[in-house]
Design a protein around this ligand. Sequence first.
Ligand SMILES: CC(C)(COP(=O)(O)OP(=O)(O)OC[C@H]1O[C@@H](n2cnc3c(N)ncnc32)[C@H](O)[C@@H]1OP(=O)(O)O)[C@@H](O)C(=O)NCCC(=O)NCCS
Length: 196
Amino acid sequence: MADVTYLSQIPLFEELRGEHIIVRPYREVDAVDHYAAIDESREHCRPWLPWPDYYHSIEDSRDYIARCRARWIVREDLSVGIFDVENGRFLGGSGLHPRNWDARIFEIGYWLRSSAEGHGYMSETVKLLTDYAFADLHANRVYIRCDARNTRSAAVAQRLGFVREALLRNDALANDGTVRDTLVFSLTPDDPRWPS
Ligand SMILES: CC(C)(COP(=O)(O)OP(=O)(O)OC[C@H]1O[C@@H](n2cnc3c(N)ncnc32)[C@H](O)[C@@H]1OP(=O)(O)O)[C@@H](O)C(=O)NCCC(=O)NCCS
């Protein structure tokens, strides 16, 4: 990537296309589907993520998407929606979260609507985003963190060959108020990726 003076000038994708999914920045028209997906998924997200319960109407999704678009423009955060490649159905959200642009360190976070679990959509999403981070953003480190009890989230990282590098004990408060341990998984450019 050529040196750029302003983060806003870093070229970014319009969409990343996989075999089953498309990953792209949010558009205003996504608000209705975004809210419906959250509304469907409160129970399955609640143990792991605080924010679904902050959403009470489509207006909340509209506001979220407006903020995502603003942060995308200045490259502060690269949140994306995940869509079925066949029919455009909204499946969930993810994103490359730049933790340090100078050092090119990115965290990936994710959630799927409950009816989209179990199809490999998130593993495909993380692959696409990670390949993009290394190839186009010259990432030095891509990492994933999760509550050590969140076996489905940890399984995504493990399935893709992310290196389990830490178990941070009593690292944060979980949504239910209990103190949680946090697993940290990462890849660097020289690590082998995508075990079959
Ligand atoms: C974490 C979360 C995204 C994982 O979703 P997931 O559906 O288990 O993950 P994937 O989309 O990669 O799918 C993997 C599953 O699909 C199956 N699968 C089917 N086809 C597949 C394919 N081509 N590739 C990979 N997996 C495939 C896998 O066997 C696996 O199912 P299993 O767990 O029953 O063995 C989801 O559980 C979630 O949204 N949880 C709530 C929010 C949350 O915890 N977010 C993370 C916070 S750190």
